[in-house]
Design a protein around this ligand. Structure first.
Ligand SMILES: CC(C)(COP(=O)(O)OP(=O)(O)OC[C@H]1O[C@@H](n2cnc3c(N)ncnc32)[C@H](O)[C@@H]1OP(=O)(O)O)[C@@H](O)C(=O)NCCC(=O)NCCS
Length: 150
């Protein structure tokens, strides 16, 4: 597996395909039509923006993209916007590498994560993030987490 590198224009198709596949796995109950149009606009808007802003990162294995992260700076602190790893490559520290990259680039980070996304919450805790507003739940409300270098 490679170290994270910046997302490029030519990666957008592969990253978009990974995102769509994994997002659908995470939202199995959403109707396909609604999900497809939401995903199409996310992919069409968010990924080119991340490439233009040099704020997208990917990890590869054998020339194939297996994980990606996008960062934004909407408020005072940089924000981890999206982080996805392909199902076949999970628990191999791909996400840890991407989050570590974000921590090398910034002194502080924030993010929102669904209350029922236990793997993601555990990952962020392991990377040193603390809950700002967190509940453990089974719904699609989002927790807020923060990390600062000290
Ligand atoms: C969350 C996600 C990005 C983790 O990716 P990953 O590459 O498998 O994570 P890592 O291998 O780096 O895991 C690091 C640590 O996180 C925790 N973790 C990761 N997946 C876990 C799981 N399924 N259950 C419990 N803990 C988990 C563990 O502490 C793990 O360390 P360990 O393997 O030594 O026990 C991946 O599961 C994913 O893409 N999920 C769907 C999208 C998502 O929820 N994204 C976050 C949105 S904010």
């Amino acid at each position: 597996m490679t170290q994270p590198r910046q997302m490029r224009q030519e990666d957008i198709k592969a990253v978009g395909d990974l995102w769509k596949t994994e997002y659908k796995n995470e939202h199995p109950l959403d109707p396909d039509e609604k999900l497809n149009s939401r995903l199409d606009s996310m992919v069409q808007d968010d990924l080119p923006e991340a490439v233009a802003a040099s704020s997208g990162y990917v990890c590869e294995a054998r020339g194939k993209i297996i994980g990606f992260m996008t960062l934004t700076t909407p408020r005072s602190k940089p924000y981890i916007d999206n982080l996805y790893v392909s199902s076949e490559h999970r628990r191999q520290r791909v996400a840890t590498k991407l989050v570590t990259k974000a921590q090398e680039l910034h002194d502080s980070l924030t993010l929102h994560v669904f209350q029922d996304a236990i793997p993601a919450i555990k990952l962020y805790e392991k990377c040193g993030f603390k809950c700002k507003y967190c509940k453990v739940g089974e719904n699609k409300d989002k927790n807020s987490m923060e990390w600062s270098r000290r």
